[in-house]
Design a protein around this ligand. Structure first.
Ligand code: G6Q
Length: 561
């Protein structure tokens, strides 16, 4: 049996793309003056305008037919029913249960998960509220006021991004640091800035075996013990967020100080679980609940709206169109909001770890291109950097522009300028600038003809570069929750269409395994040069031996070639 690319729906879309080959998005607006409205949709406080993508009405209908063919509606039902749709890990995928305020019950293997979710969130809220009220006291009797979240990947990027985004909601006097990298500088920089007597270390690890997190956690505990804390104080200053009680216990954290979640919460979908504790500590439990409620509103829309009126589904289909039928291999995430500075990194993981796959669910090669490369920076910074390629590069990238119409911190006309850039960049990408126009402008500026001839080609913008606008009124916790949930669902829908498992991540394993083998081969700094390593390929051997030569060289000697 063939895959999705063998279906007549897919072939029809290839036909639709062919029909559009000599048309631009601007032409589509000429054909359909109501296009801006027709190619826009709102849900859960999020407005999406995808009209600047080169998608015709026929292509959109074809994409919806494709989603029907891939049984997206059925896949949504199976996910929320708790089926083990993460088949390669034999797990359900139920992050929606973590933010379900509709009193649905989620049963898994006879256990009522809704009860468990509620109970664990209750413990988390109680703890966060005690922190907010200065009731968590450290070893000197002073209240704790600083959080150091130690985690990586899904146990870092989500809470980090949300804490940064919700700065206006921070509890006064509270500080939160996020440490993820095994590079000791990351932890070292945080430790330099904190007082052990007032710090709570939050060790966030689903498995509680991750090398980076365990290394950082052990070093943080050693630092704590060397700086006034005693073994019996560890309970006041260390909590664990995990699914692995035994490992938490072995590390020396009392299960009383452990907040639990479950294997059906994927790491990159876990900020809604107790992995969000740092959010609740820094911004308060009420803010955390508002975030969850925003996501829930998007979930309700996603599970009930017909495919053709379903915002995350449409966003996913626009991505499929750009990736598979226009052949675009990169997608930019461009938040015009400094608070969302970490959203590109967050979505890089969410999209690339979920859908960066080349094998279908059934083990056969995926029969279409899957996730594009995701990259981005906040606007307007990116405009002064990589937008050159977006506007004039040989490869066309698609982009999401994200903004809030109102700011929480008005300052002069900053926000007006920010929004003007948000709008103008999308306009420039689509409309471009023709040769004649450039020519006329240079003439107006009195350039001599030979100069005009020389310069004009460099100033032409071909235009017709696709972008979508994602707009909220204000970046409230609800709006942020809805935006994140929108992207989660978009990713899921794309995975369903591509026939891949969006919820495993086997591709991160090999490097981890090899690093374990290499670790004992790395020489200690300043020690005796070890015997030459020859157990790998020649390049890897050479690199290890070069590192070891540099590390064992006496201080000050320059080993660079
Ligand atoms: C996310 C991934 C991955 C994971 C980290 C941390 O979906 O599985 O990014 O979150 O590897 O894992 P632990 O939480 O188990 O330390």
């Amino acid at each position: 049996m063939g895959g999705i690319a063998d279906t007549e729906e897919w072939k029809a879309l290839e036909g639709a793309a062919y029909d559009l080959r000599s048309k631009s998005a601007i032409d589509l607006f000429k054909d359909d003056p109501g296009r801006a409205q027709d190619f826009s949709i709102g849900a859960a406080g999020v407005f999406l305008d995808y009209s600047k993508n080169k998608i015709s009405t026929e292509a959109r209908a074809g994409l919806i037919a494709l989603a029907e063919r891939a049984d997206v509606a059925g896949a949504i039902r199976r996910m929320v029913a708790g089926e083990r749709i993460n088949a390669t890990e034999n797990r359900a995928v139920l992050h929606v249960a973590l933010r379900d305020f509709a009193n649905r019950s989620y049963e898994l293997d006879g256990e009522n998960m809704s009860q468990a979710v509620k109970a664990e969130r209750g413990r988390m809220v109680k703890f966060a509220d005690a922190y907010a009220r200065d009731e968590l006291l450290g070893f000197t009797g002073e209240p704790l006021d600083t959080v150091v979240n130690i985690g990586i990947g899904g146990s870092d990027l989500g809470p980090r991004m949300v804490v940064e985004a919700l700065k206006p909601y921070w509890i006064e006097g509270r500080r939160a640091f996020f440490v993820s990298n095994v590079d000791g500088r990351d932890l070292g920089d945080a430790l330099d800035r904190i007082d052990p007597a007032r710090t709570l270390f939050v060790i966030a690890s689903k498995t509680f075996t991750t090398q980076e997190t365990m290394t950082n956690a052990a070093s943080a505990r050693a630092w704590f013990l060397a700086n006034g804390g005693t073994e019996k104080d560890v309970a006041k200053h260390f909590v664990a967020l995990s699914t692995n009680e035994m490992a938490v216990r072995e590390f020396g954290i009392d299960p009383e100080n452990m907040f639990r979640f479950w294997d059906w919460v994927g790491g990159r979908f876990s900020l809604w679980s107790v992995i969000g504790l740092s959010i609740a500590l820094q911004a308060g439990s009420a803010t955390f609940e508002r975030l969850l409620r925003g996501a829930h509103a998007m979930d309700e829309h996603f599970r009930t709206a017909p495919l053709a009126e379903n915002l995350p589904v449409l966003l996913a289909l626009v991505g499929v169109w750009n990736r598979n039928f226009l052949g675009l291999g990169a997608h930019a995430i461009l938040p015009y909001d400094q608070r969302l500075a970490s959203l590109p990194a967050y979505l890089q993981q969410a999209e690339m770890e979920s859908n960066g796959k080349s094998v279908s669910m059934d083990g056969a090669p995926a029969d279409a291109a899957t996730a594009p490369v995701i990259f981005g920076e906040p606007g307007t910074n990116g405009q002064h950097a990589f937008y050159q390629l977006l506007h004039q590069g040989t490869d066309v990238c698609s982009a999401d522009f994200i903004a809030a119409a109102k700011t929480d911190g008005p300052l002069g006309d900053h926000h007006e300028k920010l929004l003007a850039n948000f709008v103008a960049q999308q306009e420039a990408l689509m409309v471009g600038r023709e040769f004649q126009e450039v020519w006329r402008e240079l003439e107006r500026l009195d350039y001599p003809a030979n100069e005009i001839k020389r310069l004009a080609p460099h100033k032409v913008f071909k235009g017709d570069r696709p972008s979508s606008a994602i707009l909220v009124e204000r970046l409230t916790p609800e709006a942020l929750g809805a935006i994140i949930a929108m992207y989660e669902h978009k990713i899921f829908v794309q995975g369903v269409i591509w026939g891949i498992n969006s919820f495993d991540q086997w591709g991160v394993e090999l490097g981890k395994t090899l690093a374990k083998a290499v670790l004992p081969e790395i020489a200690s700094e300043g020690g005796e040069p070890p015997a030459a390593v020859d157990t790998h390929d020649p390049s890897t051997n050479g690199l290890i031996n070069r590192i070891n030569a540099m590390r064992s060289a006496p201080q000050g000697k320059d080993e660079t070639p």
